[in-house]
Ligand binder design. Structure first.
Ligand SMILES: [Zn+2]
Length: 466
């Protein structure tokens, strides 16, 4: 096995060697649950789900953990605005998160630990850092003594002195040094809080990931992953906390995915181009969204633009059509010709190229081109008058196998038959006459989901497939 991973620590591709033969310990920073995830959050979900699928395909047993930040300033603020309990709000958006990632074809992690379930461990972890003098209490807050950690800046490749220049001096700070960061925040009146030996409060954001990793995996993991925006300070701080705690290396490989732009602009609420997965998958097949994201290497930026998404939809459709045609021919064919070894060789070569591409730092863009090599050759073969079932099956199986590695589904919902559509339209007309608008809307949505376009004409309602 020769998988190369671009490691943000060394800024180069390295041969992947897990701590334990055949096993991978992988941690991915998860969402703060006070809203639906946006498509920027969907990227790491899809990218690292694909990494996990590929490592599994290559024979590794992957233990994959991703956390939920279920208490923080934003959560408290939104819960307060909505007049909801913090736990009600977070439960709602954890459920929504699972719905969205399932639609995107991502599997649940082996564990999804939550901050509020790990409070005792977080407090113990901080107590050890205080004892080791890597942290100090200041008026009920606890801060990490950044300068004491000698390797600070190793992941983001910055020196502590460079950081010092950029660090803001906050008025009335309780910190010894501007670079220090909060491990624990003293409770404000009326806020949700927990009792620690140094006082009431709640954890800072960075500490949770160090604690989740340690409690699930122990001292060192193989892969830690997340969005590029998390590299500094979040991941840098995780390293500082964990390595001060264990005196061991925290993670051997660090993976960071690139940003998403919308029509070449940064996504932001103020620009009004903030896209939630929950909304966009009403308009775009979530599998198309997944295919679109995988068509760009995970480290490169992605530009989310309508024409590019449409192109992705067409490409995915081509793969699905090839597969459908192979299936169809297999129901009809008899072995009119012998197996052509050249055809099988094309498939093997494409499979080898797929693996070579994915071995090369999970190059899904090239892996997708391997899928097209298969589908193009399959289409050519299907054009021949006489075909062989073994060859057809080999094409079909290769498409199924490799698309599954990328989490792409071939089978779509069964299309409605023409007479079923006619019957539904008639039923809708009747429902409208009967003023049963609930049923009439339900049928409209059902037809819309099947891409059926309705037109009102003098002769009545006509329809076509979109
Ligand atoms: Zn994290």
């Amino acid at each position: 096995m020769a998988i190369q991973i671009f490691n943000s620590l060394s800024r180069q591709k390295e041969l992947f060697k897990p701590i334990e033969e055949g096993k991978v310990r992988m941690y991915v920073c998860g969402p703060t649950v006070y809203n639906y995830i946006h498509i920027g959050n969907a990227r790491p979900v899809i990218a690292y789900d694909t990494v996990r699928r590929y490592l599994t395909y290559r024979g590794y047993e992957v233990d994959y953990v991703s956390n939920f930040t279920d208490v923080d300033d934003k959560i408290i603020k939104v819960a307060h605005e909505l007049g909801e309990e913090v736990s009600e709000l977070t439960e709602r958006f954890i459920a929504a998160y699972f719905e969205d990632i399932t639609a995107l074809g991502a599997e649940k992690a082996n564990a999804h630990p939550r901050v509020t379930d790990h409070m005792d461990e977080i407090i113990e972890f901080i107590a050890v850092l205080i004892e080791k003098e890597y942290a100090y209490v200041s008026e009920g807050d606890v801060y990490y003594r950044t300068r004491k950690f000698k390797n600070y800046g190793q992941l983001s490749h910055q020196s502590v002195d460079d950081l010092k220049i950029g660090a803001r001096i906050e008025a009335g700070t309780k910190k010894e040094d501007a670079l220090d960061f909060a491990l624990w925040k003293a409770a404000k009146p009326g806020e949700i809080s927990w009792q620690a030996p140094w006082g009431e409060g709640r954890p800072g954001w960075h500490i949770e990931c160090s604690v989740m990793v340690h409690s699930h995996f122990g001292d060192t993991i193989d892969i830690h992953a997340g969005g590029q925006d998390l590299k500094f300070p979040h991941h840098e701080n995780e390293i500082a906390q964990s390595e001060a705690f264990t005196d061991k290396k925290f993670s051997n490989y660090w993976m960071h995915n690139g940003y998403i732009n919308i029509d070449n602009e940064k996504m932001s609420k103020s620009l009004g181009n903030f896209i939630l997965v929950h909304d966009i998958i009403q308009q775009i097949d979530p599998q198309v969204l997944r295919f679109f994201m995988l068509s760009v290497h995970y480290r490169n930026p992605i530009n989310f633009a309508q024409d590019l998404v449409e192109a992705a939809a067409n490409s995915l459709d081509r793969l699905r059509t090839s597969h459908k045609n192979l299936e169809h021919r297999l129901t009809a064919t008899t072995n009119l010709v012998a197996v052509d070894p050249a055809e099988l060789a094309i498939i093997e070569e494409a499979r080898a190229y797929f693996i070579e591409s994915m071995d090369d730092d999970f190059n899904t863009a090239n892996a997708i081109s391997a899928l097209f090599n298969i589908s193009t050759a399959a289409n050519k073969y299907l054009n021949e008058a006489n075909t062989n079932a073994e060859v057809l099956t080999a094409y079909k199986t290769a498409l199924e196998e490799l698309m599954l590695v990328l989490g792409l589904q071939l089978a779509q919902d069964e299309d409605l038959l023409d007479e079923e559509i006619d019957a539904l339209i008639a039923e809708r007309q009747q429902a409208r006459k009967d003023r049963d608008f609930a049923r009439s809307d339900e049928i409209r949505d059902l037809l819309k989901a099947q891409n059926i376009i309705l037109e009102d004409t003098r002769q009545g309602v006509r329809w076509k497939r979109g």
